[in-house]
Write a protein that binds this ligand. Structure first.
Ligand SMILES: [Fe+2]
Length: 429
């Protein structure tokens, strides 16, 4: 057997497994969109939201631009214009269509976007079944990145659908068959203590991680305490009732100014119905669940709450040190609630580090020491966003479970709150 073919064998097996995973992940995206009507696919409710149709096309474009065009001989896109329309922000690849105008694209139609997906899937099958030998390892790496990218967009799809539906006075229900979380009394707040020392954070090893999670490196952590669970709705309501949104002394200046400008009085999606608070969810308008983690907070709201509570947000290093060794299990998209829920009543130890809500940290999203972006246009994936954003940890009820790790760094601008974001308190020891 020629040397090159023997070398390829483990790689081909890996590509076969990747193809099976590819098809599974791609089906999940379409399953998430199955409850939508054609009209729902077109709406862009704010500049940060993309129409569901655009998401479905863009995640296909990613495979086209970074795998099919460079590696599948004779590949042709169904329409050359897609390379501009569905390029999100890869300036070194080509000039992307402006983000804020995605909602103006009535064409291609939803049917054409689904046909585009099928076209890309067919070509990806061809590529992974008979890859050019010398590029097999690079192809496998890029497919994995493309799948992780698609999973990120699956969460974005749910966030965006929720935001789109929330604009409509009819309050459309994404899925009326979503199970309701059991009503539980929250576990009493307690504190876990951590001792000072030099620790390691960041991703190590060969398993997939984004470039921004590397390299693993040393950090010094002082003594600190971390709350056993995230802040819940009842606690956040006490902050509101205590004038939390009227007391400038609790707020960072940027947050206070935004609060006044936007008229914030409660988390996004909270609705006051006579004397009771309700919450708009993917299962429709529901009574607020007091024991569930509070969600859809901006960084400023999370920080103001922590100040009011006599605590602070944890740094991302503190969060990661506390999460190390815990199984990354929790209320993720697969559990089917698509809404944060309270931990079981007699749960002990650190709860809900993974799932339910992304937890704002007090750390800016900046490169780790020794950070190296991926080469070429894919280097634009994370590195260029390391300015003005804050890190969130742990995943949420809309995140695919297999997508999360203790080293995973999510990031949003401090003003943003359409993601499932909450907080966990920290204190000096
Ligand atoms: Fe993307």
């Amino acid at each position: 057997m020629p040397q090159r073919v023997r070398d390829l064998e483990p790689c081909q097996e890996r590509l076969d497994q990747l193809l099976a995973r590819y098809l599974r992940v791609r089906q999940t995206s379409e399953r998430l969109c199955a409850p939508l009507q054609t009209e729902d696919f077109l709406i862009q409710s704010m500049a940060d939201v993309s129409p569901p149709k655009w998401h479905l096309a863009h995640i296909s474009w990613f495979f086209e631009a970074f795998l099919l065009t460079p590696f599948l001989k004779g590949y042709r896109s169904p329409d050359a214009a897609y390379d501009r329309l569905f390029n999100s922000y890869y300036e070194t690849h080509g000039k992307p269509f402006p983000r804020a105008r995605r909602g103006l694209l009535s064409r291609p139609t939803v049917a054409q976007v689904y046909a585009y997906r099928a076209h890309v899937d067919h070509a990806m099958s061809d590529l992974l079944s008979a890859p050019p030998l010398e590029w097999a390892a690079e192809i496998a790496r890029r497919v994995e990145l493309g799948l992780q990218h698609e999973q990120q967009h699956q969460e974005l799809l749910l966030m965006d659908i929720k935001h789109i539906f929330a604009q409509n006075p009819l309050m459309p229900v994404y899925r009326d068959d979503l199970p309701r979380a059991p009503q539980r009394t929250a576990v009493p707040l307690s504190w876990q203590a951590y001792t000072s020392g030099v620790r390691h954070i960041g991703h190590a090893g060969d398993a997939f991680a984004f470039d921004c999670e590397r390299p693993r490196h040393r950090v010094f952590i002082d003594d600190f305490r971390l709350a056993n669970r995230p802040v819940n709705n009842a606690e956040y309501l006490a902050f509101i009732d205590d004038g939390g949104y009227r007391r400038s002394d609790l707020w960072l200046a940027d947050g206070w100014s935004l609060l006044q400008q936007a008229g914030w009085q409660a988390p996004l999606y909270w609705w006051r119905e006579e004397d009771a608070w309700c919450e708009f969810t993917l299962g429709g308008l529901r009574a607020l669940d007091p024991g569930a983690p509070v969600s859809h907070l901006s960084f400023y709201e999370a920080d103001a709450y922590a100040t009011w509570a006599g605590a602070r947000l944890p740094s991302e290093a503190e969060w990661e040190v506390a999460a190390q060794g815990l199984a990354p299990r929790g209320n993720f998209a697969e559990s089917g609630y698509l809404q944060p829920m309270a931990a079981p009543e007699n749960a002990e130890g650190l709860q809900q580090m993974f799932g339910d809500v992304w937890e704002w940290t007090g750390s800016a999203y900046r490169p780790y020491p020794g950070f190296k972006a991926l080469e070429g246009s894919l280097g634009e994936y994370n590195g260029k966003f390391m300015s003005g954003q804050m890190v969130l940890r742990g995943g949420c009820c809309a995140t695919p479970e297999e997508h999360i790790r203790d080293s995973y760094r999510n990031f949003f601008y401090p003003s943003m709150r359409w993601q499932f974001s909450g907080l966990r308190l920290a204190q000096e020891a």
